[in-house]
Design a protein around this ligand. Sequence first.
Ligand code: KIV
Length: 430
Amino acid sequence: KPSPYPTLCSRRPDYTPNHIPNPNYIRIFDTTLRDGEQSPGATMTTIEKLRIARHLAKLGVDIIEAGFPASSEADLEAVKLIAQEVGNNNNNNNNNVAREGEDGHVPVICGLARCNKSDIDRAWEAVKYARYPRIHTFIATSEIHMKYKLKMSKEQVVEKARSMVAYARSLGCDDVEFSPEDAGRSEREFLYEILGEVIKAGATTLNIPDTVGYNWPREFGQLIADIKANTPGIENVIISTHCQNDLGLSTANTLEGAYNGARQLEVTINGIGERAGNASLEEVVMALKCKGDLLGGLYTGIDTRHIVMASKMVEEYSGLQVQPHKAIVGANAFAHESGIHQDGMLKNRNTYEIMSPEDIGLFRSNESGLTLGKLSGRHALKAKLFELGYDIDGRELNDVFWRFKSVAEMKKVITDDDLIALVSDEVFQP
Ligand code: KIV
């Protein structure tokens, strides 16, 4: 049965020549510009958002959630600009420079809206300029949110969700995503009911958020499996995950979601987002790239060689620094300091690297990628010096090594300049 999910782009890898979605294809929905920007202090300017959106298109992101147009005039304008420029693959200049999104990929541009007409109108006003526009509307479904935040009964919440999805469709938007906020803490039967109703009303993607990052992997995977098994009409829509990182489980939960049937994963660059953030794009995508076979051959359309640049842009524009030991994009993610590790690396890089830095667009200034410190051994020092143009051995190497050790005791990281100074002293001393 053909999916009602709109064709993203004829050249996307999720479509076979007959335009039937490949069941193993995972759509990457990036919400750096919406949920990511909700991180305290992460406000970005319109031009910064446009640059990030362009880069996300280059990365091959399937859906860009460009903002929450009802939240401010500036957000509406930013989403609109992204819809016009990135959502149509315009390069924004006429100088015959290569177009953004090298393979001609045109992402879906999405705007967030609460379940009310005015939010939905503003979201549509912003995204309708895109070739593939999407409205993403949400309402909370957990007892605690309905009682204290919404002050609405279950029946009222279902009616609101159903009528607002239908309203979004009535505007001419044929791609509508619905999220039952706080699904991770919502009653199962109620979820099946509300999701079944919004499918009937025209929702094309059902996103299941663990809004407060409270689930753990097995639990979240089971939630997705149960929704898939029990929601009427679910076979005609895409199931999505949106996992917050309050317990540090967002990546694991997202992957469990995929394993149990989700085919859209909501993520952010560097994992930025509300409180402890969201599942990070680079972790989820690289986990699927390294181990997707174990999950039944799941794959994404992301060109991972643009990951490092995306991370650096978001770090700079959001002002949120990436911790050095952050998986995939942290400064130490491919650094090897202890002697045993360095020795292994020199013999075969696979001894301590499960992916190649070049795969994520990290090109090191040196071949070996060794970082020298107090735990480094002679082999690594010799290799590093060789790269720097000093081929020394025997007593000479031994002398430099002990001098290097005493400096390394005092300095955390030994730079190339430090090494050159050390070896120059040794070599040129009478
Ligand atoms: O965390 C959340 O529940 C959200 C929804 C709007 C998807 O951000």
